[in-house]
Design a protein around this ligand. Sequence first.
Ligand code: ADP
Ligand code: ZN
Length: 517
Amino acid sequence: MTPSEALHKYYGYTKFRHQQEAIIQNILQGKDCLVLMPTGGGKSLCYQLPAVLLPGITIVISPLIALMKDQVDALNLTGIPAAYLNSSQNSGEQQEIISNLKSGRIKLLYLAPERLFSSESRLVTFLKSLPVSLIAIDEAHCISHWGHDFRPEYLMLSHFKTEFPQIPVIALTATADKLTRQDIKDKLALDHPAEFVSSFNRPNISYKVVAKKDSFGQLLNFLNTRKEESGIIYCLSRASTEQLSTDLRAQGYNADAYHAGLDTSTKALNQEKFLRDEVKIMVATIAFGMGINKSNVRYVVHYDLPKNIEGYYQETGRAGRDGLPSEALLFFSAGDAFKLKRFAQVDGNEDQSRIMLKKLDDMVKYCQLQTCRRQYLMQYFNEDFPDRCGSCDVCLTEFKKFDGTVLAQKALSAVARLGQRFGTNYVIDLLRGSRSEKIRPEHKQLKTYGIGSDVSKADWQRYIAQLVSQNLLQVTDDDYPVLKLTPLSDNILKGNRNVEFVFVEELEDTATPQTPV
Ligand code: ADP
Ligand code: ZN
């Protein structure tokens, strides 16, 4: 049977996706490989299909015992004999699987990593007595400290190559930057592996970062137009997931919390309700999401700053698996960055601290971008993305620049003529020639009285704020805030220097995602 025939026979699909075919060919030739494919890209098929075509057994390492049963059931339904061994089974069940393995009735065996190489476990000795054809390591980034989901038990997988030196290994992950990829290859001792990296771009997800001010109010604003939609809100701490979900419920939202500290049955229940759309909003720590395949998540909010781009990207990737427009919204504050910086210092491990700080720094840079966010994300994962995406908040923001020299001269001279003793509102009233009683009669005689009457009050406020931010004016707190000149003002008043105003004009309130092609 050829790979294409097997694809059709067992899965009913007509075409391979991404690089599936090349990956499968590589494995059939007995070579190691590292596969990076976004979530939902079709990684499972890359080892399941060779498992059918190869003569012996394929061992699959997967971190989530909870998901093994589903995967194995699904395989058995398609006619591929599969089984799993884990701690949830009694010894009778385990014995039955062992005898099926011995008699060659099983093609795929799923295992959790912790059991494999532990000293009391004779499992590895048993596995060596079987005709093993392939070893597949799912969620391979869990082996790396540099990854965002390190699992110590994965380190034991480094014994595979010594125990099974002739057997090809396929390592798969949906998230790994350059450093993590190298670490996976090193730790698993892969032998000149071929690397297959699929495009990570998710064109139906739009990215937006807002400055965190009144975060709860901002969140309510966002949710207000999305009441019927499913979403995930990630928080940094367990306590804040509970607080926020309570606060949201008090506002009439259908929200639940999820974090690693909840007991197993609550976790399972909350997750199940979210999957069945009985709960619309899951307020969670990053413990939530791995292996959860809900297709209609319309938005992912990061209420707190994520620790690194890898985690952030994987979490946002849980939105829009159905390909429909979806949103990723992040609340950024310098305070969060500061807090995470302290967490990133690992006692006694300088290398690791340095790397975690660098990753945090890249995350902060992302939040402060003045260029396309998608481009930055793609470059982070070493993918070329030459053009701006047109659908992130930066791309949808227009910066309006214009010559503000004359406006600046008017404002500065008004401040000067008022003896640098008045606040912004008074200066604006003077510029606009206000007839109000509040303007002193002698000020109505000034040359600057009314020279800015063609500009609205709101615009003057923006211009003056801009002059303050360019350090051409300053606000000092005497008894009340007073506008004063600065050492730079003189050059403007004398006409020696021009002033450029730069304003951000949001085209739309929230980024509208482009429709995927
Ligand atoms: P991943 O493990 O990368 O997150 P899966 O292996 O679960 O993704 O695949 C996601 C979905 O895509 C599954 O429903 C799978 O059956 C489907 N799929 C995989 N390969 C193909 C293909 N070549 N053609 C059509 N559908 C596919
Ligand atoms: Zn963009």
